[in-house]
Design a protein. Structure first.
Length: 275
């Protein structure tokens, strides 16, 4: 830590300078990453428990930094959200995911993560409409993953936006469900198709009755409302069995496949996926 004067010295936590430094470096490089073509998408399969088939792929962004190698989205998305770059990056992700789903994944369904910053942007619905029109994707093959926070921010606007998106034909998933300001009441009030139960509950389920009860309750309510229930981060057969028993209809996780480049996705029965 730098010595900034006798009384401020102790305000620095160990490692803080290094963190700031790292952040500043990332931020500088991030400004040019898009035009330099350093982003790529990986795809992770989502599987139906009943049919054991792949029902869709989640697009997950990857940044190949020329010197630092792969930088995790967990490290750069928050920075891009703070400086606004996420708008341009997010639009690229959306188009690229639609384009690839159509041309490289044989028309498979694709899920795209939407940052709250993107969702709050004024032209978001238009941007989604343009991505659909320009790539020619069947809009019912596109799912947008949003987080609960955007529903709470501005309840009425969120409701209107979701209705407009549904009118375009896309489906809506609530990502990381159970973590944010979760209120089960939201489920009935917004036009949401899919709930993705956060990985933390799946991870704790086997050893925690509380986590198990939460998963069962979310699944029960979601099913009652006619939603698709997806479990995130399924890593073991035990978890998969438990989830099947309590009414989760689909799952995603390392057990079934890690996120990989399109080229690493084995040949699949695309007709079965598209139905
Ligand atoms: P997320 O949307 O919840 O994505 C799931 C994350 O969990 C992914 O990490 C995925 O690789 C990881 N994962 C999947 N299955 C398992 C599992 O069985 N075990 C474990 N331990 N992890 C699993 P990733 O790709 O590093 O992404 C992290 C987060 O960064 C995402 O969480 C999402 O919030 C954000 N993100 C990633 N791609 C995008 C994007 O294209 N746009 C936006 N706005 N955010 C993105
Ligand atoms: Ca997601
Ligand atoms: Ca998630
Ligand atoms: Ca997450």
């Amino acid at each position: 830590a730098k010595h900034m004067g006798r009384n401020t010295y102790c305000l620095y936590e160990p490692g803080m300078d290094a963190q700031l430094e790292k952040r500043r470096a990332i931020e500088g490089d991030l400004a040019e990453a898009l035009e330099r073509g350093q982003f790529d998408l990986h795809f992770q399969p989502r599987v139906s428990i009943a049919t054991r088939r792949i029902v869709s792929y989640e697009a997950l962004v990857r940044w190949h930094h020329p010197e630092k190698g792969m930088i995790s989205p967990a490290d750069f998305i928050p920075i891009a959200e703070q400086n606004g770059k996420i708008i341009a990056i997010g639009e690229w992700i959306l188009r690229e995911a639609c384009r690839r789903a159509r041309s490289e994944l044989g028309g498979a369904r694709v899920s795209v993560n939407v940052s709250p910053v993107q969702f709050r942007q004024r032209n978001f619905v238009e941007a989604v409409g343009a991505a659909i029109a320009d790539t020619g994707i069947d809009p019912t093959m596109l799912e947008l993953e949003i987080t609960e926070g955007v529903l709470i921010d501005d309840d009425r606007r969120a409701h209107r936006l979701l209705s407009e998106l549904k009118r375009l034909g896309v489906t809506i998933a609530l990502d990381d469900f159970g973590t944010g300001y979760s209120s089960l009441g939201y489920l009935g009030r917004f036009p949401v198709d899919t709930i993705k139960i956060d990985r933390s509950f799946i991870r704790d389920m086997a050893k925690s009755d509380t986590a198990m009860t939460i998963v069962r309750t979310i699944a029960g309510l979601g099913n009652g409302l006619g939603m698709t229930i997806v479990a995130e981060g399924v890593e073991t057969m035990d978890e998969a069995r438990l989830l099947a028993n309590i009414g989760c209809s689909e799952f995603q996780g390392y057990l079934l496949g890690r996120p990989v480049p399109v080229s690493a996705i084995p040949d699949i029965d695309h007709a079965a996926i598209a139905q």
